[in-house]
Design a protein around this ligand. Structure first.
Ligand SMILES: Cc1cc2nc3c(=O)[nH]c(=O)nc-3n(C[C@H](O)[C@H](O)[C@H](O)COP(=O)(O)O)c2cc1C
Length: 203
């Protein structure tokens, strides 16, 4: 069974990126995946303290909701990250969740440990969904660099990104001619690709 993790990064409930994520998860489910979802703002996730503990231990000293998050980000076959642009980057809550993967980076790069299952690693895929208010597609440049590294650290290959600008108002994404359909299709297609990659039969 293909396991997909949806990460809803925005503090605005039912906002643009949450709507896109819901559609992508519906698409993933329709292709036969099981779904887990993290609503970042409903979880107790502290920012990284930069204490350096993880450089030797490979683990984080802080005790909060991240333990469950690591379990999901490291074992899911696909990750769908949905987050808005704040000040030309990801919003702070999403960035905190990403920064807290420094211990995963340390395990992999400093301690040379396997962080993901070598039998299924090749099939891991990531989808990034984002919206921004500005009338300028370059507004995503900073966030794209962050997500690229997040996926790379997690042994996740980029499947696709769906970025919609001119989306200031809550729900604006519903007025876009294709955004929600695109998100559904991306979720569905990502699962199909993961299944293919895992060597399963797809109709
Ligand atoms: C604190 C804050 C900072 C923002 N910064 C930017 C920005 O730098 N560039 C931009 O285009 N939009 C910016 N926006 C607008 C959001 O990216 C936009 O409304 C987005 O669609 C929100 O997604 P959501 O509904 O999923 O939260 C900002 C919004 C907030 C609240």
């Amino acid at each position: 069974m293909v396991k997909i993790l949806g990460i809803a990064g925005s503090p605005r409930q039912n906002g643009n990126t949450s709507l896109l994520l819901e559609e992508a998860l519906k698409g993933a489910r329709s292709a036969g995946a099981t779904i887990n979802k993290i609503v970042v703002c409903n979880r107790d996730i502290n920012p990284c303290l930069g204490c350096g503990w993880c450089r030797k231990s490979g683990t984080c000293q802080q005790e909060d909701a991240m333990e469950k998050v690591y379990n999901l980000t490291l074992t899911s076959h696909g990750i769908i990250l949905a987050a808005p642009i704040y000040f030309n980057s990801l919003n702070a809550q999403t960035k905190a969740l990403i920064d807290r993967h420094q211990c995963v980076w340390a395990r992999k790069e400093l301690l040379k440990e396997e962080i993901t299952d070598p039998r299924t690693r090749h099939a891991r895929r990531g989808l990034f969904l984002s919206t921004a208010g500005a009338d300028d597609p370059r507004v995503f440049d900073g966030a794209l660099k962050v997500v690229e590294l997040f996926f790379q650290v997690l042994d996740v290959k980029y499947f696709q990104r769906l970025l919609f600008f001119r989306m200031e108002e809550k729900g604006a994404v519903k007025n876009h001619p294709t955004a929600l359909k695109d998100a559904f299709a991306a979720g569905e297609q990502m699962v199909v690709e993961i299944m293919r990659s895992l060597g399963e039969t797809v109709d």
